[in-house]
Design a protein around this ligand. Structure first.
Ligand code: GYE
Length: 352
C-alpha cells in the first residue's frame, strides 16, 4: 500500500513539473509587424536592365523625371498634365515638364535634351506618333535612363522601354461601335461620319480600327472620315464642310469629346438637332462631355482615363529598383450614356 501511495505522489509531482515547463516556450502565431520597408542591403538576385544606381533602395525623392507631353489640345490632356504635376509634388519627385506643342520635331528634340541631361534618370513619353522612336530610345537606354511610355503606345521593340501605361484604344473603338449600333436602332439609315484624332497617333489609329471591327454588327457605313486634330474648332470646320455636301447622316463618331462638341455646333447651325436627327458619340468622358449629355446634345461618351501619373511613377520606381514589369498595364474604363437616369449624380462625382 505504501509503495502505491509513493508512486501516485511521484506521478503527480511529474505532471506538475511538465505543466510548468510548457508555459515558458512562447507560441509565435503571426509574423512580427514590419513598420519600415526593410532596407535591402544585398542586391536581389537579378536587377532588371533598367535599374538605377540607387537600386534596390531607390525612393521617389531619387527620381528626376523628364516628361514629354504631347501639348495642350483639350480637356483630357489638361487632366493628364495636372495628374503628372500634382502627383509629382505629392510623392516628392522632381518633374521636368516638356510641352511638345503637338509638334513631333519638338517632341524628338525634347527627348534628346532629356537623354543628355545628367540630372534626368527617368524619361516618360506621351508619343505624338507611333513610329520613329527606336534610335532615340536606344540612346536613352545606353545612357542608363528608365523609359516609361504613357497614354499613347508606340511601334518599337519592347526591350527599348520598361513598360507602357495607357488605354486599350482599339477596345474603346469597339465599344463606340457597339454603342453607335444601339443609338441607331430604329433609324432608317446607318451612315456615320468619323472625326479622327491626329494622324499617326496610336489613339487615332486604334480607335478607328476598333470601330471598324465592331460596326459590321449592325451594318454601319462610314461615309466620311477626316482628322479634326482633337480640336473643337477643326471638328466643327470638317463637319460644316461635310454638311455643305449632304445632310444624309445618322451618326457622328468623334474620336474625342472636343471634336464632338465642334460637330454638335455645326449640326445646330445647319438646322439639325443633335441627339435626335443625328446621334453624336465621343471618346474621353471629360466633364464637358457630361454637360453636353445633360443638355441632350451628346448621346454617349466612352471613357479614356487621363489620371495615369500615379501608375506611371510607381512603375518608374519599380523599374529603378530593378523589378521586372509587365510590358502593358491597360487602364480600366467605362461607358456613359445621356439616357442614364443617374447621369446627374455620376457627373457630380467626376474628377476631370
Ligand atoms: O482621347 C484626346 C487627346 O491620347 C488618349 O489625346 C489621348 C487622346 C485623347 O488629345 O482627347
Amino acid at each position: 500500500m505504501f509503495h502505491y501511495k509513493k508512486l501516485v505522489f511521484l506521478f503527480m509531482v511529474a505532471v506538475m513539473v511538465l505543466a510548468a515547463c510548457q508555459q515558458a516556450t512562447p507560441v509565435v502565431t503571426e509574423a512580427p509587424v514590419v513598420t519600415e520597408a526593410p532596407v535591402v542591403t544585398e542586391a536581389p538576385a537579378a536587377l532588371s536592365e533598367w535599374s538605377l544606381d540607387c537600386a534596390p533602395n531607390c525612393q521617389y525623392s531619387d527620381l528626376v523625371v523628364g516628361f514629354l507631353q504631347t501639348g495642350s489640345e483639350g480637356g483630357w490632356r489638361a487632366a493628364n498634365t495636372s495628374s503628372f504635376k500634382e502627383t509629382a509634388e505629392q510623392l516628392g519627385l522632381t518633374l521636368k515638364f516638356y510641352d511638345s506643342q503637338n509638334d513631333l520635331a519638338k517632341q524628338v528634340a525634347g527627348f534628346h535634351q532629356f537623354v543628355q541631361d545628367p540630372e534626368v534618370n527617368v524619361i516618360v513619353l506621351a508619343a505624338l506618333e507611333t513610329t520613329g522612336w527606336e534610335e532615340i530610345l536606344q540612346e536613352a537606354k545606353d545612357a542608363g535612363k528608365v523609359v516609361v511610355i504613357e497614354d499613347r503606345r508606340i511601334d518599337a521593340p519592347e526591350d527599348l522601354y520598361a513598360t507602357y501605361i495607357g488605354s486599350d484604344f482599339a477596345e474603346e473603338g469597339r465599344k463606340s461601335a457597339a454603342e453607335m449600333c444601339k443609338l441607331l436602332e430604329g433609324m432608317e439609315g446607318k451612315k456615320v461620319w468619323e472625326l479622327v484624332g491626329n494622324v499617326g497617333s496610336s489613339a487615332a489609329k486604334d480607335r478607328g480600327q476598333g470601330f471598324r471591327e465592331g460596326m459590321g454588327e449592325c451594318g454601319i457605313e462610314i461615309t466620311n472620315s477626316q482628322t479634326g486634330n482633337w480640336s473643337t474648332t477643326e471638328g466643327k470646320q470638317v463637319t460644316e464642310a461635310w454638311l455643305r455636301e449632304s445632310k444624309d447622316v445618322q451618326g457622328i463618331f468623334a474620336q474625342n469629346d472636343e471634336m464632338g462638341f465642334g460637330a454638335i455646333e455645326a449640326l445646330k447651325e445647319a438646322g439639325l438637332t443633335p441627339g435626335e436627327d443625328v446621334k453624336v458619340l465621343s471618346v474621353d468622358a471629360t466633364g464637358n462631355a457630361f454637360k453636353a449629355m445633360l443638355e441632350g446634345d451628346l448621346s454617349v461618351t466612352v471613357e479614356c482615363n487621363p489620371l495615369l501619373a500615379p501608375q506611371v511613377y510607381e512603375a518608374a520606381l519599380k523599374a529603378a529598383n530593378g523589378e521586372e514589369l509587365p510590358k502593358w498595364v491597360p487602364s480600366q474604363e467605362g461607358v456613359f450614356r445621356a439616357d442614364d437616369p443617374n447621369l446627374e449624380e455620376i457627373a457630380a462625382g467626376r474628377t476631370y
